[in-house]
Design a protein. Structure first.
Length: 224
């Protein structure tokens, strides 16, 4: 396969490659989130970045690779926020609340990321499955969760038999639904879950639900 050569610039000056790629990814994120994978057009992304389709192909290789790069960057931003989370000085209950709040805040600030995940799910997660980078990014939150759960169990405040992946799913699903399904929920039940007036209520609520689960009497699947 012949590689694509970088096209000449109309003004004869080389643009900063990192800045150009970041600009393309910014616009592509919004376009994929708005139109979906099938509906998004590389030509439209090029027009909104004041560059060319050929330049996008030079940097990313094509629409599929561009969408994968968008997913990688969006996913990496959440993982980086999780890596920066410091709960070592908190008691287990406060620590699990802080992690839930981080997920709540990040999902609220990045609705395009959640729409991208919905789009990727409709695609059968084929881009996430195909790229090694997303698998390598992993989820630091799971390691943090395991540490919090272990500390809480050792302190006698958390139940046994809690799986970190299950806990992560509970936190993420509430935060995800609140943002992605706000319009349909409002149409059906007359409440906008993302209304600023309800924000602190739901931010506290997700922590309450997780703490209630962790401190309840439950059956340990391992029989411990």
């Amino acid at each position: 396969m012949t590689s694509v050569e970088e096209p000449a610039r109309p003004d004869g000056r080389a643009r900063d490659a990192a800045r150009t790629k970041a600009e393309i990814l910014d616009v592509a994120t919004r376009e994929f989130a708005r139109a979906g994978y099938e509906g998004a057009r590389v030509e439209e992304i090029a027009a909104r970045t004041r560059t060319t389709k050929r330049m996008i192909y030079y940097y990313f290789g094509g629409k599929e690779q561009l969408f994968t790069a968008v997913l990688e960057r969006a996913h990496g931003a959440l993982r980086e926020a999780e890596r920066r989370l410091d709960v070592a000085h908190l008691d287990p209950v406060a620590a699990i609340r802080r992690l839930a709040e981080l997920t709540f805040d990040h999902h609220e600030r990045h609705p395009d990321y959640l729409r991208l995940l919905s789009i990727e799910d409709l695609q059968g997660a084929e881009h996430i499955t195909a790229t090694r980078r997303l698998g390598a990014i992993g989820s630091p939150a799971l390691d943090v969760l395991r540490g919090i759960v272990a500390a809480g169990r050792e302190a006698g405040v958390f139940r046994a038999g809690v799986d970190a992946v299950d806990l992560h799913a509970v936190i993420s699903s509430f935060c995800f639904f609140r943002t992605v399904n706000r319009r349909t929920f409002d149409a059906l039940f007359g409440r906008d879950l993302a209304d600023p007036r309800w924000r602190e209520h739901y931010r506290t609520m997700v922590g309450d639900m997780v703490v209630a689960y962790l401190t309840s009497e439950g059956t340990d699947p391992a029989g411990r």
